[in-house]
Design a protein around this ligand. Structure first.
Ligand code: HEM
Ligand code: HEM
Length: 248
């Protein structure tokens, strides 16, 4: 297993590096792109604290999706909420001692995997069977759902059917995140774990180039993050400001 231990440890480092630097670059790009027009979707909040409430209701409750389509909302909510709980449960592989909150989350995360898979299957069925959605779907739309399904199903199989040596796997993970270079603890060799881990590494690499950027992107959406304050505040485009200066 020595070769595979080194292979997975190095792949994990590369994937984390691509994920973090890719995300940082994209967020920098989003933050520095001019938003010269005031275009919040109406009715919009009039104040900045109203905008904060609007953003929270979008991010936590998927409010506009709820109004648009209840089925996508339901499956989307199942997937995202379960993903959050599952990822919280995963923190026990990376922390020693395991934090109290993470211990509490364990049973929910364990079964949350099923809700996550059901949500993903619902979203996939929508892409495959709703004519209008199939027409606008491209391979990457399917790829994301399939990749997440591979991760979810291999994880659930590991938890409930094939089982893996969690103690050994955690020793491997800790040796990787504490940078025990070329002295890493061996990764257990069972296939389901390797499928799970490989798919997660692929997901991390694809993330900063894919539609999954909607996660940071939603915070930069001008139609959501602007206040409807054009009665109180005069918004002048940069070119018009220049023009005004030369006239005065
Ligand atoms: C701030 C965090 C996030 C928010 C607010 C959010 C919100 C949403 C919303 C509203 C949709 C539905 C879009 C539509 O079809 O109309 C969606 C779709 C999706 N999200 Fe997220 N998301 C977040 C994070 C993530 C993360 C971290 C992942 C994966 C690792 C993810 C994976 C997906 C996938 C795969 C879909 C597409 C489903 C499909 O098109 O069939 N999301 N998200
Ligand atoms: C470096 C990242 C990850 C590692 C090391 C990892 C490792 C594991 C391991 C060892 C298990 C089996 C737990 C057991 O037997 O009790 C598991 C289960 C699972 N994993 Fe992951 N995983 C990672 C990332 C992810 C991601 C990103 C997702 C979701 C997109 C995910 C979804 C699941 C699910 C749904 C299960 C089954 C339910 C559960 O036991 O929580 N994993 N994972």
């Amino acid at each position: 297993m020595e070769f595979w231990t080194a292979f997975y440890a190095i792949s994990f480092y590369v994937a984390i590096l691509i994920l973090i630097s890719g995300l940082a670059y994209k967020i920098y790009q989003y933050a520095s792109t001019p938003a010269p027009l005031v275009i919040p979707t109406m009715p919009a909040p009039r104040t900045n604290s109203g905008v904060v409430i609007r953003m929270l209701s979008e991010v936590i409750l998927f409010r506009s999706l709820f109004r648009a389509n209840i089925w996508i909302w339901l499956f989307g909510m199942m997937f995202h909420a379960a993903l959050l709980i599952v990822l919280l449960r995963h923190l026990r592989y990376f922390t020693e001692p395991v934090w109290g909150l993470i211990v509490l989350v364990q049973p929910f995360g364990k079964y949350g995997g099923f809700i996550m898979i059901l949500g993903l299957l619902g979203l996939l069925a929508r892409r495959m069977f709703v004519e209008r959605i199939r027409y606008i779907s491209n391979p990457s739309d399917y790829l994301m759902l399939v990749l997440l399904l591979v991760i979810g199903v291999s994880g659930a199989l590991m938890t409930f059917v094939t089982h893996t040596d969690i103690v050994q796997f955690k020793a491997f993970m800790l040796s990787v995140i504490y940078f025990d270079f070329f002295n890493w603890q061996s990764i257990p060799g069972d296939k389901m774990l390797l499928v799970h881990f490989t798919a997660v590494i692929l997901l991390m690499i694809i993330f900063p180039f894919s539609k999954l950027l909607h996660a940071p992107g939603v915070f930069f959406s001008p139609t959501r993050n602007q206040a409807d304050n054009s009665r109180e505040k005069r918004h002048v485009a940069a070119w018009a400001l220049e023009l005004e200066k030369t006239r005065n």
